[in-house]
Design a protein around this ligand. Structure first.
Ligand SMILES: [Zn+2]
Length: 403
């Protein structure tokens, strides 16, 4: 293996940067009047650790609770320089042109030196500010694909590996900083990024499903397998660029489209005409046919007006109601249950009267499960907006249960 030879031989020493030297000498000295002492070897406080871990709440590990490895497909055996007192980063060598992706979502706050010392030597680079006061730095790019001010998603391609700035050989210089602010981005305190990105490579599912924002394997989220099944069975798709956006809310048009696929009716209704009374079921949209179908079987009824509101978000109780009606109209299931089925839910009283027997059925059928909170309560969250991950869970379980 060429990689192994380079890694173990003298050449690997070159695949690193000399930002180290500047940093060891106390680089990032504050400008006049700013008393700021920068250090990379102070132990982190509890608060800083909490920040580095992705927030103060240890419960509910969400999409943004940890960073991901920034070079998909490049192993940790490519680390050519560790974090140490003179190098507040890890260097990862990879061939010029290897894609670099955002290790977390955030906003690009800098891409080049703006004062003599800020980012001097970083070459073509990107600094992403994350909303909890942490930042990631990506240096020495051969090409940059984002600009200052851009909002970037977890896993979005930021640029390509290169050898610009104070760099010897193609590699990515990657930093995580804590206690940063978006305006004074270079003040953040560097921490060793390795513990936060180790083991967080992008892993494909057993079926080959591969999204930058969904983990499989050791770091799988609760929804990973459900997304995998929904995608493999053709019920749901990613949003492009190997993204799934599991935490983004689902729209009514998406819900109708997914139910239409579950009914195997998606090839029966074209998008070329609107056969409903809904003025906002616009002809030629990706969802037009699905709404035609939903109207034809009485699934989409409108709210007593002539609108179907395709782009509105949908609450969990609305989605449970839609799914229960799908079960009835498409699969002939009597999809109602008494409110006794909600007895275990601590917020059962917040379910709307019009949705109660539908939500009860969805819970009883195991399609909708409660969410266990940090205080031990179990909530069905009827008014919460359904996410794409939840949609995956509901539709996969619905197909399992009723077909
Ligand atoms: Zn470096």
């Amino acid at each position: 293996m060429m990689h192994t030879e380079v890694k173990e031989g003298f050449a690997s020493r070159a695949l690193r940067c000399v930002l180290a030297a500047a940093l060891a000498a106390g680089c990032f000295v504050a400008s006049a009047g700013m008393a700021f002492a920068y250090s990379i070897d102070d132990p982190l406080t509890e608060e800083e650790l909490a920040l580095a871990e992705g927030g103060s709440s240890a419960s509910a590990r969400s999409l943004d609770d940890f960073w991901r490895w920034p070079l998909p497909g490049i192993g940790e055996d490519h680390i050519s320089q560790d974090f140490w007192s003179g190098h507040g980063a890890i260097d990862i060598w990879a061939a010029e042109g290897t894609p670099i992706v955002a290790s977390r979502g955030g906003v690009v706050v800098a891409t080049e030196a703006t004062n003599p010392q800020e980012l001097d030597g970083y070459g073509n680079c990107v600094v992403v500010y994350h909303e909890d006061g942490t930042e990631t730095y990506y240096a020495h790019m051969s090409r940059r694909d984002v600009n200052k001010g851009d909002r970037v998603y977890l896993g979005q391609q930021l640029g390509l590996v290169g050898n610009t700035g104070n760099s010897f050989g193609d590699h990515l210089h990657f930093e995580i900083r804590v206690n940063a602010t978006p305006d004074e981005f270079y003040w953040g305190k560097r921490i060793d990024p390795l513990p936060y990105v180790t083991g967080h490579e992008y892993v494909a599912s057993a079926n080959g499903t591969y999204f930058y924002d969904v983990d499989f394997g050791a770091y799988a989220q609760w929804y990973s397998e459900l997304i995998d099944r929904a995608v493999v069975s053709g019920l749901m798709e990613g949003v492009g660029n190997n993204q799934f956006h599991p935490e983004v809310t689902v729209t009514r048009a998406q819900a109708f489209t997914i139910l239409c696929r579950a009914a195997d009716a998606d090839s029966l209704y074209g998008n070329g005409s609107n056969s409903t009374p809904f003025h906002d079921n616009q002809v030629g949209q990706w969802y037009t046919g699905a709404i035609n179908w939903a109207y034809s079987i009485g699934l989409a009824t409108g709210d007593g007006d002539d609108l179907v509101r395709p782009n509105d978000t949908i609450t969990r109780e609305e989605l449970a109601t839609l799914i229960a009606r799908y079960a009835e109209k498409v699969r002939g299931v009597n999809a109602v249950a008494s409110s006794a089925a909600l007895a275990g839910m601590d917020d059962a009283h917040t379910v709307s009267d019009w949705a109660a027997e539908r939500v009860a059925w969805a819970v009883q059928a195991g399609i909708m499960t409660g969410s266990t909170e940090s205080d031990g309560s179990l909530l069905v969250k009827p008014k919460g907006e359904a996410t794409r991950a939840e949609m995956c869970a509901f539709i996969v379980r619905t197909v399992d249960k009723v077909g």
